[in-house]
Design a protein around this ligand. Structure first.
Ligand code: NAP
Length: 353
């Protein structure tokens, strides 16, 4: 273990982590940014970002991230590969065990580890992920020139993926479990108006066919007029005969794309004092309470971006929260100097003297 104790480690290099790093580096906190398992975060999987303030022509997701990293480095932020596997956040300094085998010690931590793509749970997905099944149209769309492909989901991501895939694929079918989209009107209209994008309403994917050699070759879809058909579907001969409204269809497709939302990357926080909600999102302090809005239940640990925000999940809000977290850390570190804690983490008071 290194004896060095840093002022600040930022876990995650997406837009929240980078924004935190820019602010913290400008405040001379010498932040170390752990790039994580998906360096650059979700924006690196996006094509054009049209709603980030200051780019009237739009900006590529990857470009925005690269510029942010450059900006943070320019002010002195350091970047390192690896992610946190486990953390001891009870004492001071905080101790972080990394995937690289290294242990870092730091006074403060900003958790900006974002969220990762959710999987449907369809039969065959474990074998075929990366072999014609993907969670990223931007990364893998070009492999599907001339294919018929499915996109699972009904939110903005599904619309974005479908529109992107329509540039390459022969046809794109959006498979949605209800008959109403969750996507914003503007994105939904764009997808609905595209001649190569179709919708399979009240439909779910239950199995994907293919092999690692041949890729995805087909899929099994179920539909029911009341929606959420997968929970009504049972496997086995004659199993679905009682519900005549349930339809099962085998389709020939060359690719399947999942776009059903994300899970927060908070596994390493499970056995720590950081409070997580039922879905694993970090709970931060309510505005107006003793500490600022990015403070978590663990002293010295702050959170920003999609890992703590299940509501807005926008690049621009994540950037804003990253800067808030850095400002909160700066204030917290100053307060620590004024009233240092003992090694158990409790703040020294006059009564202790
Ligand atoms: P989302 O809004 O949570 O939508 C997830 C979709 O997947 C929903 O339609 C949901 O169905 C469906 N779904 C969830 N679990 C499923 C399952 N097990 N099987 C089948 N379907 C399932 O997620 P998102 O589309 O990734 O968007 C996340 C956030 O990012 C949103 O705030 C969005 O506005 C934002 N975003 C913005 C843009 C943009 O502006 N360009 C692009 C992408 C994302 P139900 O509707 O039935 O729940």
């Amino acid at each position: 273990m290194t004896e060095e104790v840093r002022d600040l480690v930022v876990a995650g290099s997406g837009v929240a982590g980078l924004s935190a790093a820019v602010y913290a580096a400008r405040a001379d906190l010498d932040p170390l940014v752990l790039e994580g398992d998906e360096p650059g975060g979700q924006l690196t999987l996006t094509t054009d970002v049209e709603n980030y303030l200051g780019f009237p022509e739009g900006v590529g997701g990857m470009e925005l991230i690269q510029r942010g990293k450059e900006q943070a480095e320019q002010f002195g932020a350091e970047f390192q590969h690896g992610s946190i596997e486990s953390a001891d956040l009870d004492g001071r300094p905080l101790s972080l065990s990394l995937s690289t085998g290294e242990t870092l010690r730091t006074r403060a931590l900003i958790v900006a580890t974002g969220a990762s793509a959710r999987w449907v749970g369809a039969e065959g997905e474990d074998e075929l992920m990366g072999y014609g099944l993907s969670t990223c149209a931007t990364c893998d769309g070009a492999f599907h020139r001339g294919d018929d492909v499915l996109v699972v989901g009904g939110g903005d991501s599904a619309m974005e993926e479908a529109l992107f895939l329509a540039k390459f694929a022969d046809s794109v079918t959006v498979v949605h479990r209800r008959d109403e989209l969750r996507a914003s009107e503007i994105m939904a209209d764009r997808a609905r108006d595209h001649e190569d994008v179709e919708f399979a309403w009240n439909t779910e994917l239950v199995a994907i066919d293919g092999s690692r050699e041949d890729g995805v070759t087909g899929a099994t879809l179920v539909s029911h007029p009341e929606g959420h058909p997968a929970e009504k579907y049972e496997t086995g001969e004659g199993a679905n005969e009682a519900d005549e409204a349930l339809a099962v269809e085998e389709v020939d497709v060359g690719g399947v794309f999942y776009a059903i939302g994300h899970e927060p990357n908070t596994g390493f926080l499970r056995d720590t004092p950081v409070d997580l909600d039922d879905d694993g999102y970090v709970r931060t302090a309510d505005a107006g309470e003793a500490w600022a809005t990015t403070a978590t239940a663990a002293d010295g640990v702050f959170a920003a971006g999609d890992v703590m925000d299940r509501e807005y999940q926008q690049a621009v809000t994540a950037a804003g929260m990253g800067s808030m977290a850095a400002l909160d850390v700066e204030e917290w570190l100053e307060s620590e100097v004024a009233a240092p804690a003992d090694s158990t983490g409790s703040i020294a008071t006059e009564a202790d003297d």
